[in-house]
Write a protein of this length. Structure first.
Lengths: 110, 116
C-alpha cells in the first residue's frame, strides 16, 4: 500500500546548527505535503506545507524541499533552538486524507 | 474556543467496557478527522467527516469503532468492548471546509486511552 516513511528515527543536533529531516513518499499522485511538529503531550502543530507544483518553500527558519523525481521531502531548520526539540512528521495527501509517516525525533543539545 | 478541544484528556477503562471520546472542532470548520497514535508511532487515519456525513470510514479498525457528528460540529468516537490493543492517543483535527488536499489540519491535544 501507499506509505510515507522517514530515514532517521532520531536526529541529534547542537544548538545553533542547521537540522535536516528527510522523508520518502511512495504515492506519485500525491499533490500536497505537510510537515508537523509534535511536542510531548500535545497534538501535532502545522509547520509548513508545499504543493507538488513547487520544489521549495520557505517559512520562518524553516524550508521544505520537494523532489518529485525521487519522491523525497525534506525539512530544513536553520539555527536550531532548544524549543525545536520535538517529533517531526511529514504527511502526504492521498485520497483526500493525510497519511503520516512514523516521525523523527529531533534532539537539540547545548 | 480558539482551537480543537478534546475530552477527556485521559481515560482509563477496563477491558470490555465502552468508551466515548469527544471532539469540538474549531468554530466554522466543516471538515473533521480522527486519527489514532500508538506509543512512539505515527498517526493512523480512522475516519473523516465533511459536515455530518463520513465519506471515508476506511480507517476504522473494526466494527467496535464508530463515530458520529451532529450539527456539523461536535463529533464522538465510540469504542465498544474495548481491548488492550485499543490503548493509544486518539487525535481529532479539523479544517476550514475543504479536504486534506486543500487545507492544513488543526489538531487537538488528544485523548490518552488506557485499557487495563
Amino acid at each position: 500500500g501507499e506509505s510515507v516513511g522517514l530515514h532517521l528515527p532520531t536526529l541529534s543536533v547542537q544548538e545553533g546548527d542547521n537540522s535536516i529531516i528527510n522523508c520518502a513518499y511512495s504515492n506519485s499522485a500525491s499533490d500536497y505535503f505537510i510537515w508537523y511538529k509534535q511536542e510531548s503531550g500535545k497534538g501535532p502543530q502545522f509547520i509548513i506545507d508545499i504543493r507538488s507544483n513547487m520544489d521549495k518553500r520557505q517559512g520562518q527558519r524553516v524550508t521544505v524541499l520537494l523532489n518529485k523525481t525521487v519522491k523525497h521531502l525534506s525539512l530544513q531548520i536553520a539555527a536550531t533552538q532548544p524549543g525545536d526539540s520535538a517529533v517531526y512528521f511529514c504527511a502526504e495527501n492521498t485520497s483526500d486524507k493525510l497519511i503520516f509517516g512514523t516521525g523523527t525525533r529531533l534532539q537539540v543539545f547545548p | 474556543g480558539a482551537g480543537v478541544s478534546q475530552s477527556p484528556s485521559n481515560k482509563v477503562t477496563e477491558k470490555g467496557k465502552d468508551v466515548e471520546l469527544r471532539c469540538d472542532p474549531i468554530s466554522g470548520h466543516t471538515a473533521l478527522y480522527w486519527y489514532r497514535q500508538s506509543l512512539g508511532q505515527g498517526l493512523e487515519f480512522l475516519i473523516y467527516f465533511q459536515g455530518n456525513s463520513a465519506p471515508d470510514k476506511s480507517g476504522l479498525p473494526s466494527d467496535r469503532f464508530s463515530a458520529e457528528r451532529t450539527g456539523g460540529s461536535v463529533s464522538t468516537l465510540t469504542i465498544q468492548r474495548t481491548q488492550q490493543e485499543d490503548s493509544a492517543v486518539y487525535l481529532c483535527a479539523s479544517s476550514l471546509g475543504g479536504t486534506a488536499s486543500n487545507e492544513k489540519l488543526f489538531f487537538g491535544s488528544g485523548t490518552q486511552l488506557s485499557v487495563l
